[in-house]
Design a protein around this ligand. Structure first.
Ligand SMILES: Cc1ncc(COP(=O)(O)O)c(C=O)c1O
Length: 416
């Protein structure tokens, strides 16, 4: 963690939290460039070689400066929309370093991806495969595809992010996948280059990842028996992070365990990619928020802050737990048991429940591990502008996204 308490004040990469809050206002997101680089380098060093590469999963945090940083570190990109595609092209990434997943690609999405020459389209259904074939035939070219299989592996995470279970909308199940591979193999306008899976997110043990490698090796054997060959295996992402109470493998341990499973299954000759998001940026981000009120006249104590579910939806959506630190010390004041809640008009608008905090009005709180699936999942609910985003680079704060203004929110609206 890059947040530190020294000389009676909190700093993030040596920059004072209270100065950040004063300069940029609250709520705001603060990221540590050192932390992102460290995470990327850790997995890259443990895992990558000339056949194996990390693709950053843009959905985790799509800020242009963060994408540029990762591109400079050598990362490829895993995208799920044309918006994400535009972002990675904007920072100068090569289409050859882009893979494209998602269950709902439109005709124009597919056309654009083929025309640009991205590395691979990860296909999630038979009907998507047929659509790609048709579009590629119109373009008189071959579309590079990997079939996303659903290996029916329980990653042990929240049901909303357990994408490798057969009961979800993701990938093609084991029963039907061979039809898709056979179709892709025989059609003239499809270049079947690979097999893909992504079993879930915030996975806290190595077991499911290893099980998935064994499962894909078995599928590749089956493909070979049907004279179908692929040269790419996209193993998805999903490694969990420590939100304060989780015991998770290190990125290095994860990379080494995958390498062992790859070797054990004799898959070293394949091009292999990982699509990691949370484990690269998750613990590198913080949400700074100010205490507006302390409400003690209800059944519970409420610490009402200026950040809400519009900024960080994970607690409401996944019952996720984030650590919340009060950056002000109050001598001789007692802890209170409280819910830390936002100003949004929903009972689900909370950042933390049943917390013990020593806190006063106007204090600055820091919600940790907000680098992934926080700003990228933000909304404007209640017509609340999105916060500023700042990155600490070489011990200096740099603004990487301006705070939205209310007029930005209705700029596209038409009064009739
Ligand atoms: C297809 C795909 N790849 C990669 C990821 C990134 O997962 P994570 O951020 O857990 O590494 C996701 C996120 O759920 C995903 O859906």
């Amino acid at each position: 963690m890059n947040i530190e308490y020294k000389n009676e004040s909190y700093t993030i990469d040596n920059v004072s939290v209270s100065n950040l809050a004063e300069t940029y206002g609250t709520p705001c997101f603060v990221y540590s460039e050192d932390s992102i680089s460290k995470n990327y380098n850790e997995i890259n060093n443990a895992f990558s070689n000339n056949k194996k590469k990390v693709y950053y999963s843009v959905k985790a945090n799509s800020n242009l400066s963060i994408l540029k940083l990762l591109s400079e570190l050598g990362s490829g990109f895993d995208i799920v929309s044309m918006g994400e595609l535009d972002r990675v092209l904007k920072i100068g990434a090569s289409p050859k370093n882009i893979v494209y997943s998602g269950v709902g690609k439109s005709e124009s999405d597919i056309k654009k991806s083929i025309e640009l020459g991205i590395y691979c389209i990860n296909v999630e259904s038979f009907s998507e495969l047929e659509r790609i074939n048709k579009i590629a035939s119109q373009l008189k070219t071959k579309a590079p595809v990997a079939i996303r299989v659903n290996p029916n592996i329980d990653p042990g995470s929240h049901e909303y992010i357990s994408t490798g279970l057969e009961s979800t909308k993701f990938g093609i199940n084991l029963k039907n996948m061979m039809d898709a591979f056979m179709y892709a193999d025989k059609e003239n306008f499809i270049d079947l280059i690979g097999i893909d899976y992504h079993i879930g997110s915030q996975i806290e043990t190595l077991g499911p990842f290893i099980e998935a490698v064994f499962s894909v090796a078995k599928i590749i054997k089956e493909l070979k028996a049907n004279n179908i060959s692929v040269d790419l295996i996209d193993m998805g992402g999903g490694l969990g992070i420590d939100y304060g109470k989780n015991k998770v493998p290190l990125l290095k341990e994860y990379g080494e365990a995958l390498n062992k499973a790859i070797k054990d299954n004799k898959l070293e000759d394949y091009n292999i990619i990982l699509e990691l998001g949370r484990s690269i940026v998750g613990n590198a981000g913080y949400l700074l928020t100010k205490v507006e009120y302390i409400k003690k006249d209800s059944e519970k104590n409420y610490v009402i802050v200026d950040a809400g579910m519009d900024n960080l939806i994970r607690p409401a959506l996944y019952s996720a737990w984030h650590n919340i630190i009060c950056t002000k010390t109050h001598e001789n004041k007692k802890k209170i048991l409280c819910d830390v809640v936002g100003p949004v008009c929903e009972c689900a608008d909370f950042l933390g429940k049943d917390r013990e905090l020593i806190v006063e009005q106007d204090d600055i709180l820091v919600v940790t591990a907000c680098g992934a699936y926080a700003s990228s999942m933000a909304s404007n609910y209640n017509s609340r502008p999105k916060p500023a985003e700042i990155i600490i680079k070489n011990k200096e704060a740099k603004l990487i996204s301006k705070r939205e203004e209310v007029k930005d929110l209705y700029a596209r609206e038409i009064i009739i």
